[in-house]
Each structure stands twice: as C-alpha cells, then as structure tokens.
Design a protein around this ligand. Structure first.
Ligand SMILES: [Zn+2]
Length: 577
C-alpha cells in the first residue's frame, strides 16, 4: 500500500499544484484510512492515466510528461498563441450556452497577459461578455512562460500544445510568443542547426521514419543565400529563420504522409520537442502550398529544425522551377504606396494560389482539364511585351531593383519560352496570364477589336440592317468608267502590290459608310480564315479626326475601342492594320 501511496502522492503533486503540503498530508492520511475509497480511486485513476498516455503528445526539456486532454464537445478553433476554454453563461440568448458546449476563445500572442479569476470574456457565439467560467488555458504553436500566483513558480514550455488546467481560481501572468530561434548570430544559428541535424536524437527519429519505409532529404542553406534571405525577408532578424536546415519528406501516398506525421509527433520518444505543428496538407495555407510542417526543438543544441512532409508527385510537375521562382519573387515583396503596385501584388498572390491549386490538387482533375483547354501556345497567340517594360533591357530592369518590373519581365519571358505538354503544365501556363487591364497577347487584341466592331454594329441598327441586305455599290473613276467598288478594290490590290489608298467621294446617303462597313466585314472574314495578316480597323473620321493629330488617328481609334494607350505602340509593332 505504501508504494501505491507514493505514487498517489506523486500524482497529487503533479495534477493538483494548488494543494498545499499540509492539506496534502491530511488528505493522504484520510485516504490511508479509507482503503476502499482509495481502491476505487486507484482503479479510476489508473484508467485515466492509461487514457492520457494514449493522447500524450509531449515531453518538456526535463523529460516530464505533459498531458493534453481528449476532445469533448466544443466549439471554436484553437489558434496560435493563447486560447482559453470555458462556458458561456448567457443561457437565455446563446445556443452554445444552452447546449453547454465548451467554447474556445483566442487571445493570440501576448508579451504580457494576465488572467484574473472571474473575468468575463466575449463569447464568439452570442457576442456578449458572458464567458466567465474559464477552465483552462492552452497555448498553441508558441513559446510559453507562465507565472502562477498560488505556486509562485514559473513554467516554461515550447511544445506546440500546452494546457494549463484549473486556472479558474488563480491569478496568473503569461508571456506567449511566436516561436523564434535563440541564436546569438547567423554563424551561431548555422552552427547550432548543423549540429542539431547531425545529433543522435534527430538521427534516431530519421531511423524510425525509415523503419516505416519513409525517407527524407536534408538540405542546408548556403551561407550566401541565407544572408540574403535574412536581409530581404526578415530585415536582418536571423532568429526568425527556421529553414537553415530542413528535412523534406516526400511521401508516395496520403496514408504514408499521415504515418510520417504521426512518427514526427512522437519525437518526444527521442527527447525532441514538437514545438510547432502546421497542417497545411489538409487545411489550406495562405499561399495554398501543400505540406505538413513540424518544427522540432533540439534541447541539446537549443535550436529549432524544420520538417516538411509532402507528396512526391507534387514535386514532379512540369517545369516546377517556374512556380518556385515566381513564389521567390513575390514572397517578401512589400508594395510601396502606389495603388498599381498593390494591385499587381494582389494579382500575383492570387495567381500563386491558383497555380498551387493545380499543382497541389486543391481543385479536381476535371477542373484542371477545363482550364488547360484554354491553353494556346505563344507561337499562336503571340504574347505581347508588357507596356511596363517599355524599351528597357534586361540589365536596366535588374539594376532598378524594382520588384514589379523584375516580376513582369520574369513572367513575360517564361510565357514566351514555356511550351507545356501535360494538362497540369498547360493549366498553369493559362494562370500565368494575369491582369485584365491590358490585353496580354495579339489574340487578346484581336478579340477586343472584334467585340468592339460587333458592339458598334449593335448600336447602329440601320447600318446592321443595311449590311444584311447589301447591294454592291457602283462608282465611276476619273475616266468615268463604272465599277463595282468591292471588285475594283480587289483588282487594284492584285495589280499593285504596294499599299494603296482609294478615296470614295459621294453625296450624303449615297452609301460610302455602308461600303466601308461591308469592306470591313469582308476583311475580317479574310483575317479569321487566315488569308491575310492585316487587321481591319474602321475609323469614323467625323468621330476621330483631329487636324493637329493626324498621325495618331489609328492610336486614337484603338483607344476608343478600349485599348490602353500604354500598349498601343507594342500592339502596332506586332500587328499590322
Ligand atoms: Zn454565448
């Protein structure tokens, strides 16, 4: 019985930290004399202990056990930082309260945050300040330091999930911060990371993964690349970097990935601490990159290393480097105050998620096939040089260090060069064509012009009716010979290869405009069936003519047809009219 009592005493001191030494003794004394109760308790506790060990997730630096409870009926989500769990007392108006559901309240990260017993918190369900029976405080994916008034003790943890039970009656102050490295310099961080990756504990974990048929790849960032990244992405704060050393685990199936994650989450067996658990495999991240990321703390070297598990097939996509480089370009880009830059950044972010939706199968195959069916190669649609690049050379763009320009140049170059063969590759190509303000290819310009022509005819009902019942227009030339205007133009074109101009004179209502529209219609037919490469443009002189600006008449007409001024020069270099 004494053995049992020793064990009992241990349990008491562990899970009831609020019982003072004296009270504990009297309680033990009482239990000693009521062996029946003790026996019942013992059985109950034994079961409880067994249950807990099933859900045991972590150990702390000293190797003590920490426990996380099995899930009860609860609402709300556990988010990084501080989370409180309690009941809402607004019985009259809150459904969550009526159903006695446990509610999670997220506080987030806090440098200093204090809990006072009986404080009320807003209920996320009914919106009222009515959650006041807080049962526990849980920290998630954070570094946690807590001072409890009753025990006058500090608790420090960095396991991904730590529960501080029974806080309802005690005052406590916590500091819950985002995980960061604790190195003194970049060199120190590299040294610690390297040592950690070679440590026996990590090697044992890798062996365990291998035992399950799962292999991993190790990558250590080069010194130069690391310095650059720290400077660009973290403004020199090297303690925010976790991928100095990274393990990538490429799995063949989702089940294999699940196994890999389960093994990693049992890293406490190898005296490693699972400090951050981000499941971006089942839940979409901001960028839609798909992997399960786990940060392990290696106490021996006081450093975090990152493990990333994903499916092998995601890395086998056509031209994988393009999506990666695109991401690298926009990752650390913070738009300056210009709205156009902000717009481009948002469009780029959206494009990235859409590309990732294809790569990481967030959308189904049918949808991907549908997108890919819109693909046409550069040789056919002829991608236009974006107007932002103007006449700048590659060197000039690079020297400007302007992210939008570099990005635009990158995407333009890739669109001209890539020639995808597989469905996914084609769908990705389609997604790279972004921005709706300017047409991206010659094909887009043509479609804008056709739409505009059709719209003009819709607006001019008499003209479109007359076109349907068109009677060939007769006119006489300088020598008073009568010609059918359309046939005359055709003959002239055949005999004189160079550019030609025909001027048609006549009284108002004699059919000049109608003839021009008819000619336009015919020329479009020739363009579409491929017998000419020149695009017809109908210019209404009364609408566009300006004596001072005679040279700009085509540009002005195009602008009236909703084509942006910036891109007209580029269009004129690529399309003949
Ligand atoms: Zn409520």
């Amino acid at each position: 019985m004494t053995g049992t009592l020793d064990w009992w005493s241990k349990i008491l001191s562990r899970s009831w930290p609020t019982i003072s030494g004296k009270n504990k003794h009297s309680l033990l004394h009482l239990l000693h004399h009521t062996s029946f109760i003790l026996f019942v308790c013992f059985v109950c506790l034994n079961n409880a202990q067994k249950e807990r060990s099933d859900t045991l997730h972590e150990i702390n630096e000293n190797g003590d056990d920490l426990q996380t409870e099995k899930k009860k009926a609860e609402i709300g989500e556990i988010k990084p930082g501080i989370n409180l769990q309690g009941y809402c007392v607004n019985k009259e108006r809150c459904l969550a309260s009526q159903s006695e559901l446990l509610i999670w309240i997220n506080i987030g990260f806090c440098r200093i945050w204090s809990y006072f017993p009986n404080t009320s918190f807003p209920c996320p369900h009914c919106g009222e300040l009515s959650v006041n029976s807080i049962l526990k405080l849980m920290t998630y994916n954070s570094e946690y330091l807590c001072y409890v008034s009753s025990t006058k003790k500090f608790v420090r943890r960095n396991c991904y999930e730590f529960t501080h039970e029974g806080i309802s009656k005690e005052f406590c102050t916590v500091r819950v911060m985002k995980i960061r490295q604790h190195a003194e310099s970049i060199e120190d961080l590299i040294k610690r990371s390297t040592n950690a990756m070679r440590s026996s504990k990590i090697i044992n974990l890798l062996k365990e993964l291998k035992r399950h048929g799962i292999t991993s790849m190790t990558s250590l960032k080069g010194n130069k690349r690391l310095h650059q990244k720290i400077l660009e992405d973290y403004k020199g704060d090297f303690n925010q970097v976790f991928d100095v050393g990274r393990f990538t685990i490429l799995c063949n199936t989702p089940t294999e990935l699940e196994t890999a994650v389960a093994v990693m989450k049992k890293a406490y067996q190898f005296k490693l601490i699972v400090s951050e658990d981000k499941d971006f495999f089942n839940k979409q991240s901001k960028t839609h990159h798909r992997s399960h990321n786990i940060k392990l703390y290696v106490p021996e070297h006081k450093v975090y290393v990152e493990m990333q598990a994903t499916l092998k097939k995601y890395t086998e996509i056509e031209n994988p480097e393009v999506s990666h480089l695109f991401y690298e370009h926009i990752r650390a880009w913070k738009p300056k105050d210009s709205p156009t830059e902000e717009e481009l950044k948002q469009a780029s972010d959206k494009t990235l998620t859409k590309i990732n939706d294809i790569i990481y199968e967030w959308i189904d195959k049918q949808e991907i096939i549908k997108i890919a069916s819109r693909y046409k190669p550069h040789s056919k649609i002829r991608i236009l040089r974006p107007p932002q690049l103007k006449d700048m050379t590659k060197k000039e763009i690079k020297s400007k260090k302007n992210i939008p320009l570099i990005l635009i140049q990158f995407v333009f170059k890739k669109l001209c060069k890539l020639n995808p063969k597989k469905t996914e590759g084609k769908a990705i190509y389609v997604k790279y064509i972004m921005g709706e303000k300017n047409p991206a290819s010659c094909a887009d310009v043509i479609s804008v012009l056709i739409k505009s022509k059709d719209q003009e005819l819709v607006e001019d009902k008499t003209m479109s009716q007359d076109l349907e019942t068109y009677i060939p227009l007769q006119a006489s030339d300088r020598l008073n010979r009568i010609h059918d205007c359309y046939k005359y133009r055709k003959q002239r074109k055949k005999s004189e290869q160079q550019q030609q101009v025909i001027i048609l004179q006549g009284k108002s209502g004699s059919g000049k405009s109608l003839f021009c529209r008819y000619l336009e219609k015919k020329l479009w037919e020739f363009y579409i069936n491929g017998s000419t490469t020149s695009v017809p443009v109908y210019i209404s002189l009364p609408k566009c003519y300006n004596e001072l600006d005679e040279n700009q008449i085509i540009s002005q007409t195009l602008q009236k047809k909703q084509i942006n001024k910036d891109i007209i020069d580029i269009i004129r270099r690529n399309i003949s009219f």
